[in-house]
Every structure is written in structure tokens, then in C-alpha cells.
Design a protein around this ligand. Structure first.
Ligand SMILES: [Mg+2]
Length: 363
């Protein structure tokens, strides 16, 4: 039986100003949720506003405390029902996601196994790609990040942000794409993410102009709300079009798949309803002959990635890598260009380092 639920939020300044095509920030907030039962503690988290803590405390904790700790899908359904009148999209969905992750972590620990052992692995390690390359970086900073990914961590694919200033700096976008290709050499795959900054025609012109750089992944070339626009870009470029990071439930992804909008579906377990919904979304994508890729929170996607047959890779996002290595025990480091989920640690293996996180606590 679930005995306690608690949530806390930590706002951690970035090392320098960061921006993509349509947003900029100087700090990132992580909301950590823990659940306890039978002497074990499960941990989950999401990246979003401190108000998520109130959603956990006021709306979700009452239906989670006292529930059967092994019946995670039943608790998930009760949580989704509990947020109905506040709508699941947005902060409520983030709160449900973090709690669902904590509950699965707890269940594995209660059973004395890792999450990948609980679900059954299909691969021992998970392909990843380096992700960052913010539009706010100068050329030297971008070069240094690329050097770390390719030369030190041996990552075979990297992604940079483009679409600077809502698509008003296409010349600089093209220059940065070319700089990246020249820095990583011919053999590393080059990905770009416009965060919805372009119009469909702008997006097509960008990859046409930068054709010599051989971009093979074009993420959110237009708004992910615009399924027709995504499809138009997909039909006209050789790069795979990807989207899905704002999806919060199964229906969103079913609609995206049915629209033929993407070549690869991005799922974020910390937003889309936790691991419970992840598995269902991945199955819907598989039914459309599509692979899935995990968005952000890399350490939380290693085990679920290892157990998802149609996983392509997960996003090794520099912002979240830094935070997860700072505040959690047993955060993963790439090995041979992959993340390797531990078989020896229970659950996902990570626990909050209270003393490290405490200075950043905001809720
Ligand atoms: Mg993205």
C-alpha cells in the first residue's frame, strides 16, 4: 500500500543564457516526486513549473496514498480521473507523469529488480544523440559542445537548435548547420530542431540551402500543432521529420500518426503520462510502422527505451544531463555512444541527493 507521496521543486540556473527558435531561458525547474511503500522509495520527476507540486499535493496525493502499490495502471487511471476538471494537458499531466514514473520505480524496487527487468528488455543498451547547440551559443561554444559529444563521448549523432528568432535568422541558421557539419566530420549524423519556428516553405528552403550539410533529422520544422504543415515538409525533404514533445496523451499521438505528419514519433514520459502511457503510445506508433524517440530527461528514458521494440534513440539533452548528474545518485554516463541501463540497481536506479538539491529548492 502506498504510504506517502511528496513533491518538491528545484530551479537550477543554466551555465549561460540558452535559447532555441521560439523560447529562451536562464534556469530550468525540475519537480521531483517520491512515493513510499514497504520500506522502499520510488522517485520520478518532470521539468515544469513549481506549481506542479501543488497539483501533486492537492489533486493526486489523495487518490494515490492507500492504493495498492503494485497496481500502477489502476493508480494511473485514478490520477487521470482526478485531474479531469482541471484538464490533463499541461501541469496536471506533468504531475501525473512524474508520479507514474515514481510508482513504477517503486514497484520494481519492491520486487527487487530493475525497470528493464520488470518490463523485459529488447536491447542491453540504448542509442542516444547529443542535443543542445542552442541558438544563443557563439561559434566557439558550439564547437566545444560538439567536440565533447563527438570526441569525448563518441556520440554518432548530434542535434543543434535552429529557427533563431522565429525563423528571422535563416542565414545564421544555415551558417551554424554548416559549422556543425564541418566540426563533426562526414560520419556523424546531423540533426536540427526548429522548435516550430518556421513556415512550411521556410523549412523546405532551409534544408535545400544547407543540402551540402546532409541533415537527416528535422524536428518541429513547423509548429507541432500544424499536422498538415509537418506533412507538407515531410513530403518535400529527405530528412526525417519528427515531433511529439508536447503530446500529453494517447489520442494526441494517434492523431499525429494517422495524419502521416512524422517519420519518427517523439515521446516524453515526463509529460505524456509517465511510463504507463509511454508503452501505449509506442504501440500505437508501431501500428503505424513508426519508430519512437525519447524527448529529454535522458536518465528516465534509458530503461523504458531498452524495453521498447520500436525505439530509435533517446535525446541526451545537455540541459537535463547537467541537472540529473547534479542532483541524482547513479545518473548515467554514455558508454560507446549509448546509455546502458543498470541491471544491478533496482528500479531506474536513481535517488535524489537531498544535500545537492536543497540550495535550489523553490517549492
Ligand atoms: Mg525539440
Amino acid at each position: 500500500m502506498i504510504e506517502t507521496v511528496s513533491a518538491s521543486a528545484y530551479t537550477i540556473p543554466t551555465e549561460q543564457h540558452e535559447a532555441d527558435g521560439t523560447a529562451s531561458w536562464d534556469a530550468t525547474t525540475i519537480v521531483v516526486v517520491t512515493v513510499t511503500a514497504g520500506g522502499a522509495t520510488g522517485t520520478g520527476w518532470t521539468y515544469g513549473a513549481p506549481a506542479i507540486v501543488r497539483v501533486v499535493d492537492d489533486l493526486l496525493s489523495p487518490v494515490v496514498v492507500g492504493a495498492d502499490a503494485v497496481a500502477v495502471p489502476a493508480i494511473w487511471a485514478a490520477m487521470v480521473a482526478a485531474v479531469r476538471n482541471n484538464t490533463r494537458a499541461g501541469l496536471c499531466g506533468y504531475a501525473v507523469s512524474a508520479l507514474d514514473i515514481a510508482l513504477w520505480d517503486l514497484k520494481a524496487r519492491l520486487l527487487g529488480c530493475s525497470l528493464s527487468q520488470l518490463w523485459g528488455p529488447v536491447r542491453p543498451s540504448v542509442p542516444i544523440y547529443g542535443s543542445g547547440g542552442f541558438t544563443s551559443f557563439d561559434a566557439d561554444t558550439l564547437d566545444e559542445q560538439l567536440r565533447t559529444w563527438v570526441d569525448e563521448l563518441h556520440l554518432p549523432r548530434v542535434k543543434i537548435k535552429i529557427g533563431e528568432s522565429w525563423g528571422h535568422r535563416i542565414d545564421r541558421d544555415v551558417a551554424r548547420v554548416r559549422q556543425t557539419r564541418s566540426r563533426i566530420g562526414p560520419d556523424v549524423e546531423l540533426y536540427v530542431d526548429a522548435n516550430g519556428a518556421y513556415t512550411p516553405k521556410q523549412a523546405v528552403r532551409l534544408v535545400t540551402e544547407a543540402a551540402d550539410a546532409d541533415v537527416v533529422w528535422f524536428e518541429e520544422p513547423v509548429s507541432s500543432e500544424d499536422l498538415v504543415g509537418l506533412r507538407q515538409v515531410r513530403d518535400r525533404v529527405s530528412a526525417d521529420v519528427a515531433a511529439g514533445e508536447y503530446g500529453y496523451d494517447l489520442t494526441y499521438f494517434a492523431t499525429m500518426c494517422a495524419a502521416g505528419a512524422v517519420d519518427c514519433v517523439q515521446i516524453d514520459a515526463t509529460r505524456a503520462g509517465g511510463y504507463t502511457e509511454w508503452h501505449r503510445i509506442a504501440a500505437v506508433a508501431a501500428g503505424h510502422q513508426l519508430q519512437v524517440s525519447a524527448h529529454c530527461a535522458p536518465n528516465l528514458h534509458a530503461h523504458v527505451g531498452a524495453t521498447t521494440p520500436n525505439l530509435r534513440h533517446l535525446e541526451y539533452f545537455s540541459d537535463h544531463v547537467r541537472i540529473e548528474q547534479l542532483v541524482f545518485d547513479n545518473a548515467l554516463t554514455p558508454e560507446g555512444g549509448d546509455l546502458v541501463p543498470s541491471r544491478d540497481l533496482q528500479g531506474h536506479g536513481m535517488t535524489l541527493r537531498q544535500e545537492r538539491a536543497a540550495p535550489y529548492r523553490v517549492a
